[in-house]
Design a protein around this ligand. Structure first.
Ligand SMILES: NC(=O)c1ccc[n+]([C@@H]2O[C@H](COP(=O)([O-])OP(=O)(O)OC[C@H]3O[C@@H](n4cnc5c(N)ncnc54)[C@H](O)[C@@H]3O)[C@@H](O)[C@H]2O)c1
Length: 286
């Protein structure tokens, strides 16, 4: 099926970026949020991304005009979803919120629309229980910042049809991104591996094995990771990583995911990484 009209629900960090890349690929995009201020901010962030793209020679004036012309904003789920070929939800990481949103979406979406969630970790199969026809439901896990990061995990739930999965893979390629196809398992492919590395690196700091700088350098120079696990944790947010680690520890049961005490105490102290000015590194000048 061809995907020409996309509804993006949630206009925060991920939603605005998803809306931008879909509009850049030529789709008509409706960007929705329950919060009027968030929708306005989302649109401003898209404008700023495009502006920066022009400055860097990555985006032309015509492309910017095209993207903005193809985007509309709304606070109404019905206005966003009606007639859309694809719905991508990027609301907060809560099963209750996502289930409620898809309950509402189900009532207004076209019967053949593809429904996707950008969840980082929650079960696709469980969220799909909120919709009729879970064969058209799947995960599209974009990475932050969306307009720059190439990877999208296409996560197929127990009921997702092959046709839905194939259409999603083709759409991700059309966005100029690289799909990886993953079964619905906690943490998918990226978080499951990334969190193990992140938690172990924090345990190593806790045990005085090496400094954060040296642990990161070991992975950057020894394993060719573009960024070490502690700097990455600072960028993602220590609170965000703690939440994912707790969820994976609970669902997968392995001690590898158990959040170290150091992580818990840093989060309790408000040392959340770049966004709070301090994590494993000092970001006050950043
Ligand atoms: N931030 C990341 O790096 C990242 C990466 C990959 C996936 N994700 C996932 O993407 C999703 C969104 O994360 P985010 O970082 O963009 O969050 P965010 O807090 O930046 O944005 C969420 C937005 O959803 C809005 N919202 C709340 N309830 C809503 C509702 N009922 N309907 C519509 N909008 C609603 C909020 O007003 C907010 O603007 C989460 O599931 C998260 O796990 C985040």
């Amino acid at each position: 099926m061809s995907i020409d009209t996309v509804a993006v629900l949630g206009a925060g960090t991920m939603g605005h970026g998803i809306a931008q890349v879909c509009a850049a690929a030529g789709c008509a995009v409706r960007l929705q949020d329950i919060d009027e201020v968030a929708v306005t901010r989302g649109l401003e962030r898209i404008r700023a991304n495009l502006e920066k793209g022009i400055t860097r020679g990555k985006v032309t004036e015509d492309e910017r005009t095209g993207v903005l012309a193809r985007l509309v904003t709304t606070t109404s789920v019905a206005d966003a979803v009606e007639g859309a070929d694809l719905v991508v939800e990027a609301a907060p990481e809560s099963m209750e919120i996502k289930a409620a949103i898809f309950g509402e979406v189900d009532a207004v979406a076209r019967a053949d629309a593809i429904l996707a969630t950008n969840t980082s970790s929650l079960s696709i199969g469980r969220i799909a229980e909120s919709v009729s026809g879970p064969d058209r439901f799947l995960g599209l896990h974009f990475f932050n910042p969306v307009h720059i990061m190439k990877l999208v995990e296409v996560v197929w739930g127990p009921e997702t049809s092959d046709a839905t999965r194939d259409a999603a893979v083709a759409f991700v390629r059309r966005l100029g991104k690289e799909p990886v196809v993953v079964r619905d398992a906690p943490g998918f492919a990226s978080s499951r591996l990334g969190i193990v590395l992140g938690m172990e690196a924090i345990r190593m700091v806790e045990q005085g094995v090496a400094s954060p700088e040296d642990i990161d350098r070991a992975m950057e120079l020894g394993y060719r990771h573009p960024m070490g696990p502690l700097r990455l944790t600072d960028l993602v947010g220590l609170d965000v990583r703690l939440g994912i680690a707790e969820y994976l520890h609970e669902t997968l049961g392995s001690d590898a995911f158990e959040p170290p005490e150091l992580l818990r105490s840093m989060v309790a102290e408000g040392r959340l990484g770049k966004k709070s000015g301090r994590g494993f590194y000092d970001w006050s000048e950043a």
